[in-house]
Design a protein around this ligand. Structure first.
Ligand code: BTN
Length: 338
């Protein structure tokens, strides 16, 4: 119902009368009024004037099913949407519900996370209304456990494309799955899975994007290495020009659109071949001096790229080409975070 009302409001630049809406939709004017109140509660700014009717002044900035669905072009990713105001972690919610309750491709989003999870057991700061904290739930048919980490590589490429398309910013990938803007982290990805020895039962792709966080939203220890899309847009804007919040609903939809396209081959046979060229263009390792932190040692080498398995290839100081997988090492640029 709200979807139809919003369509009607959107179709007119001017006011639309309660009577016209009630005829169009087939419910009473009182029912229309009640729906307008509901939409206002969800953050839509709707003006109402006697004798003129209703006019949509501003779409909601909150996470909103309608706003996402109108931009979603997918066949199956995000066709089921769960949106929370607050939750411990969208990944944890995916795990709790599991494959018995969730359709393949379900998207779980929350305005805030009180126990957001990062990689390696770290905490993920997820303040309310500021970011995109989203998990996509999959129960794939043809994947083996070794394919799980490849999904992270794939997702980094899709999210990178979506952010660049929507914001115009230039984003790079810090292998395997951090997205960076001007050398600071703007997005992290946490893939979790349950698997038998030979097949994946479910996969949860957790995507955390610092969208509209301001400087003061970052804890002191992250100020040096973290940033948000809005901060970066502000830095690239002309002096004195204040940038608006970035549309998180549009971003969520764009990510899902992009990911569905990019992942077709992967869900058929576990291959990330189709995105590898783009990933390697974006990954910030090629020809760079790296320090590979492995088992308490920092091994120097020059980055070469990422292979079909999603592994990092590094030319070590002794000339040998070595391959690292994401679980075993952490990579630093010789001169800092990337
Ligand atoms: C990292 O870089 O350490 C990964 C961060 C992943 C954060 C996202 S936010 C949505 C989803 N829910 C979580 O608890 N974590 C992921």
């Amino acid at each position: 119902m709200e979807e139809i009302i919003l369509k009607a409001l959107n179709s007119k630049d001017d006011y639309i009368s309660g009577e016209e809406l009630s005829l169009l939709i087939g419910v009473s004017r009182t029912a229309i009024w009640k729906h307008m109140q509901e939409l206002r509660k969800k953050g839509y700014v709707i003006d109402s004037r006697s004798k003129k009717g209703y006019k949509l002044m501003k779409a909601t900035e909150n996470l909103d099913r309608n706003m996402i669905q109108t931009k979603l072009e997918t066949a199956w990713v995000g066709r089921e949407l769960l949106i929370f105001s607050t939750i411990d972690s969208t990944n944890t919610e995916g795990k709790r519900r599991g494959a018995e309750q969730l359709l393949n491709g379900t998207a779980i989003l929350s305005e805030e996370q009180t126990a957001g999870k990062g990689r390696l057991g770290r905490q993920w700061i997820s303040p309310k209304y500021k970011g995109l904290w989203m998990s996509l739930f999959f129960h794939p048919e043809n994947l083996e456990p070794k394919d799980g980490s490849k999904m992270t590589i794939l997702a980094a490429a899709s999210v990178c494309r979506a952010i660049e398309k929507l914001t115009g910013l230039t984003v790079g990938i810090k292998w395997p799955n951090d997205l960076v803007c001007n050398k600071k982290k703007v997005c992290g990805i946490l893939t979790e899975m349950a698997a038998d020895p030979d097949r994946i039962d479910w996969l949860i792709l957790g995507i955390g994007i610092n969208v509209n966080l301001e400087e003061q939203d970052f804890p002191e220890e992250l100020k040096e290495t973290g940033t948000s899309l809005k901060i970066e847009k502000q830095l690239s804007a002309d002096r004195g020009f204040l940038v608006e919040n970035i549309d998180r609903n549009a971003l969520a939809a764009e990510i899902m659109n992009q990911f569905e396209k990019d992942s077709e081959e992967f869900f058929q046979n576990g291959s990330i071949h189709g995105i590898l060229e783009y990933y390697n263009e974006k990954v910030l390792v090629k020809d760079r001096e790296l320090l590979i932190q492995k088992a308490g040692k920092a091994l120097p080498g020059i980055g070469v790229g990422v292979n079909e398995e999603g592994h990092l290839l590094v030319r070590m100081d002794n000339g040998e080409l070595q391959e690292f997988f994401s679980g075993e090492v952490s990579v630093r640029g010789v001169y800092g975070y990337i």
